[in-house]
Each structure stands twice: as C-alpha cells, then as structure tokens.
Write a protein that binds this ligand. Sequence first.
Ligand SMILES: C[S@@+](CC[C@H](N)C(=O)[O-])C[C@H]1O[C@@H](n2cnc3c(N)ncnc32)[C@H](O)[C@@H]1O
Length: 274
Amino acid sequence: MGNTKGWWDNFWVKRTSPSTVGSGDYPYSDLMGKVACEYWHDKFKQLAPGKRMLECGCGSARVSAYMAQHGYQCTLLDYSGAALAQAKANFTRMSLDAGFIIGNLNQLCFKNGQFDIVFSGGVLEFFENAQQPINEMVSVLKPGGIFAAHLVPRKFSIQTIADIERTIACSIANLCRCRFKNVFKVVRNIPDDYEVSGLPLEKYIEMCKKAGLSSVTGFVTTPFPVLALPGAFQKAYVSLMRKLMPFWRRFNESNNFFSKHLGITYTIYGIKDN
Ligand SMILES: C[S@@+](CC[C@H](N)C(=O)[O-])C[C@H]1O[C@@H](n2cnc3c(N)ncnc32)[C@H](O)[C@@H]1O
C-alpha cells in the first residue's frame, strides 16, 4: 500500500500539537482515545500475565502513555522517526519513561517471547496482507500473553452516512470563503489517498488464529461518527457522546446486526497459545 515511511514522516511532522488523551486538542479523537484506553486497560488487567507492553506503530503513543501512567513498562516501536519524536515529547511532557525503537513491523528486532502485551492501534489497516505483521507481533509475545489491536478499516458505517453532512458543511464553508474550486469536493473520513484495507473483521480473526492465538475475540466498534459542526455544536456533540459513553461501551461489545453494519472500527484481541 502507498502509506510509506516517508508518508508517515510527513504526516507526523505536520501534526505539531500534542495528541495525548486528555490534551483537549482533538475533542472527538480524544474521546475515542479515552474509550479505547479504558477498554484496553480493563482487558490487560483481566488477561495479561504481566506489565511488559510493546506498542507497534505507536505514532504519538497515546494508548501507551495511558498504560505507562498505570504502571506498565512500555516499549514503543515505529518506523517513522517523526512519530517517535512525538511519542518521546509526549512521554517527557508527562514525566513518563519508555523504550523508543525505530523498527519495521514486518521484521521486529526483539527476541521471541519477551512481552506480556503486544498492542497496535490504527496500524493493521495499512497492510494489504496483515498476516506478516501479526505473525511478528505474536512471536515476541510470551506464551499466555495478550495481543490487542484496533483499526479503522474501509467499510460502510455510520461514518459513511455522516460524510454526507460533512461534504455539505464543507461545500457551504468553501462557498462562503469564495474557494470555488473546492465547493464540489467530497469529504470522506478516510480520504482516497489514505490507502486503507477493506478486509472484513473475520479475516483479521482468521489471521490472528493462524499466528498462534487462541480465544480470539473481535468486535465492530464505535457508534458515533466524526461530524463537521460549528464550534458550539461540536462542543455539544462531544458532551452528548460523553454522556452516552455507557451506550458506546455496550455497542462496542454487542456484535449484533447494528454494530456490524454501522460500527466504524474493529477491535480484536487473543491470547498466545502456551
Ligand atoms: C495511524 S498511526 C497510529 C498511531 C497510534 N498508534 C494511535 O493509535 O494514535 C499509524 C502508525 O503506524 C506506523 N507504521 C505503519 N507501518 C509501519 C511499519 N511497517 N512498521 C512500523 N511502523 C509502521 C506509522 O509510522 C504511524 O506512525
């Protein structure tokens, strides 16, 4: 796929403000991050044999930062130096320690069986065939360790419907600013140049099993889309979502007709065979 190391370097260099959960810079993704961090923290407490955690494709490492605040010893890996620089800056700002490693998910540079938890968030969707990176991540897990991942695939979801609102809102904004070239631009949550896989959840589950995981569990998650709303409405939307977090959590683990068809993200975990 086209999202190369250079593409990610450019992405992280442009993203200058801090992006950790609770920073308030990106209210919607902040909330998504909060739901994810709390969910994974619960799962790790229940299932992980210890607190040595590796995050692969860490970006700004917000999940690891949350776990480090809760006593996990985190190692962060990314092939983009710019991503690791952001992760380092976030950890330093929060007075947290971690190991920072430049490395490729297709060939991890760790001894087998080192970690209690291996996590990747928003990464597997960038691989046309995710079997190799999943194999690599499972190989560095201890027997009994937990592999955890979430991703934003290209699929029909409530976000697809919400993108109609975003397209209309952006067209009006462009018209008001006399940016006529962009008036008919379609706005998509996953832009066309963002090369993301459309593999179904079942395929990821199959790959996890093939890599040596058992009790593999997968859900289609996230019931609330990103909307393009003016400031005050955006605030109201985010505070409504905050109030609906119990519903959000129930939706995430419901695996019913609605979550499968309308959910925006995939959440998967499994335990390495002994
Ligand atoms: C969308 S970001 C995820 C950021 C972070 N995990 C989060 O949840 O906010 C994807 C990250 O994966 C990294 N990445 C993609 N392919 C990789 C590979 N083959 N090896 C190592 N890192 C990779 C990119 O550099 C980027 O920082």
